[in-house]
Design a protein around this ligand. Structure first.
Ligand SMILES: C[S@@+](CC[C@H](N)C(=O)[O-])C[C@H]1O[C@@H](n2cnc3c(N)ncnc32)[C@H](O)[C@@H]1O
Length: 321
């Protein structure tokens, strides 16, 4: 992979990448006051979310942990996978100390209420911090205020709340009633009750297709899909089958003038080159720049980069932004 920036920007402008012009990036965070990846290794990770430390499986932590076993043993909760599910999400939490049902984690001025879920996560994906910071910076530069943000597969809504807190009008779409209820609890905890957020319980593909038919447009679209999912009426979401048609609709939904799209994919057998190629193809009619790579979290104990997900970010080249 060559890293000639001139070459890279010229191919990006053409909506095409060549082997010699594309450079994947690692975008990493060291966490924030209320979150740290303390250590990882032997297929596990030790993290601090607010006041509590948790230990959970992490198949990509192939190396050895740095901290002494005694420090891992002090975790407040530990997720044990069921034997058959080492790679999946099945298993259960063991509380080593009593934890509240929910507790607050502050990030960039909003509050995410975290809890131990059966899917081994806690309702917040801290590796998204660089995307959130990037989004806030990008929104600051949009002259056409208020900016309209569409958040698809929006889960517990950290990005929706951050965008709304920055003055954007947000459309938050998720297929799970529970996730939307949780996002609304986060809205209340963040004291953003008056912020303009439309909460939409719908299948992301159906909603995007409907918005295209209605002639709607958005300045910024965030897409954070799971590998598999279900819409509220059982509609199947399979990232390999449905991401391309969804992105074609999203390309039509992007406002003329300043616009951007951020796609993150988790736990799929794919490369960021694949999402990069797809996003470039979908937006080939527009002038813009595309960058792709991996999101990672920097571990405190050893400074190693734990990979979490793939991303592709597209931004229009617009003089008015
Ligand atoms: C793992 S979460 C995404 C992470 C989240 N955006 C974040 O960073 O906090 C995936 C979300 O996709 C939702 N989902 C799954 N299938 C869906 C579908 N067909 N349409 C809309 N949302 C869906 C789930 O309910 C879940 O909330």
């Amino acid at each position: 992979m060559a890293s000639n920036p001139e070459r890279a920007s010229s191919v990006e402008g053409a909506g095409r990448a060549t082997a010699s012009g594309l450079c994947l990036r690692v975008v990493a965070t060291a966490g924030f006051a209320d979150y740290a990846l303390l250590d990882c290794g032997d297929g596990r990770k030790l993290e601090r979310f607010g006041r509590f430390t948790v230990e959970r499986p992490e198949p990509q932590a192939l190396w050895r942990p740095v901290l002494e076993p005694g420090q891992w043993l002090r975790a407040d909760a530990t997720f044990k996978s069921t034997a058959a599910e080492e790679d999946g999400e099945g298993g259960r939490w063991r509380q080593n100390n009593p934890l509240p049902d929910m507790w607050p984690v502050r990030v960039l001025g909003v509050t995410a209420l975290c809890r131990l879920t059966a899917f081994r996560h806690l309702g917040l994906f801290p590796e998204q911090l660089p995307h959130w910071q990037w989004m806030l910076e990008w929104l600051r530069g949009v002259r056409d205020k208020p900016a309209r943000v569409l958040n698809l597969f929006a889960y517990t809504g950290a990005a929706s709340l951050l965008a709304a807190g920055a003055g954007a009008e947000v459309t938050h779409v998720d297929a799970s009633k529970k996730a939307i209820a949780w996002a609304k609890q986060n809205q209340a905890a963040s004291k953003l009750g008056a912020a303009p957020i439309r909460w939409i319980l719908d299948d992301a593909r159906k909603f995007a297709a409907r918005e295209v038919r209605r002639g709607k447009s958005y300045h910024l679209i965030l897409i954070d899909p799971p590998k598999f999912g279900r819409g509220p009426e059982g509609e199947v979401w399979d990232v390999f089958t449905h991401l391309a048609p969804l992105l074609r609709d999203c390309a039509m939904l992007l406002a003329p003038g300043p616009a951007a799209l951020v796609l993150t994919t988790y736990a799929i057998r794919a490369s960021a080159l694949a999402t990069d190629g797809l996003v470039r193809e979908c937006l080939a009619q527009r002038r813009g720049a595309c960058e792709s790579g991996e999101l990672a979290v920097i571990e405190q104990a050893g400074g190693r980069l734990l990979p979490t997900s793939l991303f592709t970010r597209w931004t229009s080249d617009d003089a008015t932004h």
